[in-house]
Design a protein around this ligand. Structure first.
Ligand code: PMP
Length: 449
């Protein structure tokens, strides 16, 4: 860590409590993470965050899955400093620059080769949701069709089109299809059979002239649902979705905002299944902790007009430099394989933990996207898996008290999610598991004192 300043920058009136109090008075009721994590971060390095009160936390939230290399990784800081010291303009709209050229080259180096061979990239406004909007617009323009196929449990962002794809608004005509899940499978069977039935339903909707579903502009899916509660798509199902869409001329959009850049134990989530989508939506880790979002897509789809998806902030030079450094570091150090290895070990340990705790109804994950679904062991099995949201919130709180930051997700906010950086050490993984095990025990004990 760099030499620590004696007081945190902008030392506040009333210390950390004062900051938190002013936040709750002045910020929107819609604020999110800040409610469950009442900490005031002032320093961070790798997986560790230090609060203004001097407490340290292991960060398993990683900026909602953004920080592939953890906080303030030296290669990221060096890349940012280099741009600043060079005198390059920081704001350039979508003009060509050496920094952007290097980012695009590194990005294309890492794309699935079959896509990279003939791809275009659109730099979007800096959030994942804007890239999702761009992807929807792209496939609607290219196909001349309107509707969209999306999945139960999906999360694609908070703007109108993305929200509609996530099931939360009506601005786009969305046909919702069952995303395969073993736990609380909509068909009550789970496993390969549940996934097969889901694929069959998809085909039948598309081919039945009386299904009421017109041929859509595209299908959007997450290779592993993140916010939806850490649900990995089976590889065979993903391949089937590729076949079904390809056979009917429907562009397949892979939302890799959270799964990209090694997170799932392969460079891209679709790599596990060997699937090449027509469009990939990328954000979070590609900006190396700074805001950046792009779509990459088959050149054939590139028929929209100049200005079709504009935006002032499409040229963040610092984010591109940080992103280039991150992508290159993951590639050169095989951090995707490392995520697979540590993730497998953590998953096995979490399964062992579940064996001792009936309140852990399911353990899921791929690479370093891990989740524990908490349940009420005394409640009857609900078809949608009602989970145990209060217990999950208690586990998150107990984790925080033990110096561990985790997040919740899933249908009923009952899934405790772990998204550690790909740079997590073996010792840190053990510490995370220890603190989590303690927290589960404490939350369970407090529930049944
Ligand atoms: N898609 C996926 C799969 C995501 O996980 C998220 C964010 N959690 C988004 C899209 C939206 O990204 P943003 O919050 O940057 O708009």
């Amino acid at each position: 860590m760099p030499a620590a300043p004696s007081a945190p920058p902008g030392a506040p009136d009333g210390g950390p409590e004062g900051i938190l109090r002013r936040q709750s008075l002045r910020e929107s009721a819609a604020r999110t993470y800040a409610r469950a994590l009442p900490i005031v971060p002032v320093r961070a390095r790798g997986m560790t965050i230090e609060g203004a009160d001097g407490r340290r936390y292991l960060d398993c939230l990683s900026g909602a899955g953004t920080l592939a290399l953890g906080h303030n990784h030296p290669v990221v800081l060096e890349a940012i400093r280099k741009v600043i010291d060079s005198g390059a303009p920081l704001h350039v709209l979508d003009l060509a620059t050496p920094v952007k050229d290097a980012f695009t080259t590194e990005l294309f180096t890492n794309l699935p080769p079959a896509l990279a061979a003939d791809a275009r990239v659109q730099f979007c406004g800096p959030a994942g949701t804007d890239a999702v909007e761009a992807a929807l617009k792209l496939v609607r323009t290219a196909t001349g069709r309107d509707g969209l196929l999306a999945f139960t449990g999906a999360y694609h962002g908070m703007t109108a089109g993305s929200l509609a794809a996530s099931g939360g608004a009506r601005d786009v005509e969305v046909t919702r299809l069952p995303y395969p899940r073993d736990y609380a499978c909509p068909f009550g069977v789970g496993g390969p059979e549940g996934a097969r039935l889901g694929a069959r339903w998809t085909e039948s909707l598309l081919d039945d002239p009386k299904s009421g579903v017109p041929v859509p502009a595209g299908m959007i899916l997450e290779p592993v649902q993140g916010e939806g509660g850490v649900i990995p798509a089976p590889d065979a199902w993903l391949r089937r979705m590729r076949e079904i869409t390809a056979a009917r001329g429907i562009p397949l959009i892979a939302d890799e905002v959270q799964t990209g850049v090694g997170r799932t134990g392969a460079f891209w989530g679709v790599d596990h299944a060997g699937v090449v989508p027509d469009v990939m939506v990328l954000s979070k880790a590609i900006g190396g902790s700074l805001p950046l979002a792009v779509i990459v897509y088959r050149a054939e789809l590139d028929v929209w007009q100049p200005g079709a998806h504009a935006g002032t902030f499409r040229g963040n030079q610092l984010a591109m430099a940080a992103g280039t450094a991150t992508l290159a570091h993951v590639r050169k150090n095989g951090l995707d394989a490392r995520a697979a290895e540590v993730g497998d070990r953590m998953l096995a340990a979490l399964r062992a933990l579940a064996a001792d705790h009936p309140c852990i109804g399911d353990v899921r994950g791929r690479g370093l996207m891990l989740g524990l679904e908490l349940v009420d062991p005394e409640a009857p099995d609900a078809p949608t898996g009602d989970g145990a949201p209060q217990l999950a919130a208690a586990v998150r709180q107990e984790c925080l008290e033990r110096g561990l930051i985790v997040e919740l997700g899933g249908r009923h906010s009952s899934v405790v999610r772990l998204l550690p950086p790909l740079t997590i050490t073996d010792e840190q993984a053990v510490a995370v598991l220890d603190r989590l095990a303690d927290a589960v025990t404490a939350a369970e004990r407090n529930r049944h004192p």
